[in-house]
Write a protein that binds this ligand. Sequence first.
Ligand code: NAD
Length: 318
Amino acid sequence: MAAARAVVTGGAGFLGSHLCEKLLGEGIEVVCIDNLLTGNLANVEHLFGRPGFAFEKYDVTNHLHVPGRVDFVLHFASPASPIDYLLLPIQTLKVGSLGTHKALGLAKAKGARFLLASTSEVYGDPLVHPQPESYWGNVNPVGPRGVYDEAKRFAEAMTMAYHRFHNVDTRIVRIFNTYGPRMRAHDGRVVPAFICQALAGKPLTAFGDGSQTRSFCYVDDLIEGIVRLLFSEIADPVNIGNPAEMTVLQFAEEIRRLTGSSSPIVFKPLPEDDPKVRQPDITTAFTRLGWQPRVPLAQGLARTIEYFRTVAPCAPPV
Ligand code: NAD
């Protein structure tokens, strides 16, 4: 029997590239579609010679046609870091709405299973902590972050509409903060920011008083959870993330320890609508997928620091 074939939109991005690798490793052929808006060809260049891998530079907000068999459509295309979606608000709204519509259309046409990369940002600045999937969120639609949060909320609604109305077999993963190799040095996320500052011997800039919390999941754990969800029967959204919560300040101290840096920690004003707390309730993933994160923070951070030391040294921001 011919190998199964997956289309991964946003496949040249941080998460998409790890996903392409994982699917290939499972014996699934991969068509990676990306317009390189925030992604980087270098993330998938090592896959180019690999049998079963194809790359196409394309904007998925346009009509999406892929010749031949398609068994899975995994929709990961979207600017994802605050710096990106604040700079690219219209593209973010378009890829979450039009792009999701086109990707669902492809899945429907091919009879393929569809998986949407949604986000913990659908919970906004949460009034329930930790956040279970049943929580509807606290999002400011007209704040600067609304372009991302509302695009993903729309994408979830569109996915469920295709599921209910067109009987498309769908999955929704709500991804919480994830880190690891292939993040971009200056994407505005706290992990690469602190690592690059520490490696350069510069002060680590924490927002607010550093008491806001974050939960960080290592990329390999996340991808394992996503693949388990893909092969499950769960159409409702599932949180995948690491519930080990820490303050931004504690996190800065951990990075200083692991890089051996003596950089001071400095404070800057909290960005508008920055969530104060964020922690996944992963009961569903644990009970229904048998999934939980396994990579300890120190180990995941060591691999990420190594990436920024050797593979993609942090260049100064342009
Ligand atoms: P990323 O920016 O590294 O990857 C996104 C990719 O999508 C990029 O390669 C970009 O070029 C591509 N893209 C954007 N618009 C496109 C378009 N119109 N057509 C084709 N390609 C397009 O970001 P990431 O961190 O890898 O995030 C991937 C997905 O996971 C996103 O949908 C994001 O919302 C979701 N997510 C990520 C995190 C995280 O912690 N990294 C958390 C929650 C959700």
